[in-house]
Design a protein around this ligand. Structure first.
Ligand SMILES: O=C(O)c1cc(=O)[nH]c(=O)n1[C@@H]1O[C@H](COP(=O)(O)O)[C@@H](O)[C@H]1O
Length: 245
């Protein structure tokens, strides 16, 4: 069931850093990627780049030795979501995600779609509450819980369905590790190395703070992609985490 792409040996970086590859230009994205080392990070491909450049972009990154987090946040009827997750696994990605708000039947179907892949299955994680959402947004959906409480509820449902972890805010990491255990992976955006531009992120943490809070994988975009020397920035981040990758 594995494709040629998935048979390419996976880079075994010990770094928790996942660089968000948010480009609208394929050449610029690959020029950036060619300046960094797969021993220093993994890469996240999201909806914009996947819509523009498709699975070939993922293969191009894998051929350069990078593990890819395919961040398409599937949310559909169980059958469709399961087939989409299987397609991602066929592509040989390292991690793929769904929206926890798709519900238990959808998440269970997605998990079951990965059973035939055995140890080659990607990590399957669920998005809880987007960091852009606040209490008033949830109220507009008829949900009266706070974002943190609602995220915890969705994370609990995710764990019951046997998924590997959740995307959440780093601010929720301590609480979620206590509630769901060390094995339940936490993937967090909103990470800013000391001294870098905050941009449009709000509740940020430094990589050191995120690691101390129990975050397993930290998604970092612009502080690396817009750095004059991205390879050095990655080495500095990894060094700040006590890693020699
Ligand atoms: O799912 C995500 O990746 C995501 C979820 C979320 O709640 N907040 C969030 O910022 N992200 C993504 O994380 C990345 C953060 O990029 P930077 O703000 O440039 O570090 C972007 O690709 C965002 O789309």
């Amino acid at each position: 069931m594995t494709s040629t792409a998935s048979s390419i040996s996976r880079a075994l970086t010990s770094s928790p850093v996942v660089v968000a590859l948010d480009y609208d230009n394929r050449d610029k994205a690959l020029a950036f990627v060619d300046r960094i080392d797969p021993r220093d990070c993994r890469l996240k491909v999201g909806k914009e780049m996947f819509t523009l450049f498709g699975p070939q972009l993922v293969r191009d990154l894998q051929q350069r030795g990078f593990d890819v987090f395919l961040d398409l946040k599937f949310h559909d009827i169980p059958n469709t979501a399961a087939h989409a997750v299987k397609a991602a696994a066929d592509l040989g990605v390292w991690m793929v995600n769904v929206h926890a708000s798709g519900g238990a039947r959808m998440m269970t179907a997605a998990k079951e779609a990965l059973v035939p892949f055995g140890n080659d299955a990607p990590l399957l994680i669920a998005v809880t509450v987007l960091t852009s959402m606040e209490a008033s947004d949830l109220q507009g959906l008829g949900i009266n819980a706070s974002p943190a409480d609602y995220a915890e509820r969705l994370a609990g449902l995710t764990q019951q369905c046997g998924l590997d972890g959740v995307v959440c805010s780093a601010q929720e990491a301590v609480r979620f590790k206590a509630a769901f255990g060390q094995q339940f992976r936490l993937v967090t955006p909103g990470i800013r190395p000391q001294g870098s531009e905050v941009g449009d992120q709000r509740r940020i943490m430094t990589p050191e703070q995120a690691l101390a809070a129990g975050v397993d994988y930290m998604v970092i975009g612009r502080p690396v992609t817009q750095s004059a020397d991205p390879a050095q920035t990655l080495r500095d981040i990894n060094a700040s985490l006590g890693l020699e990758v």
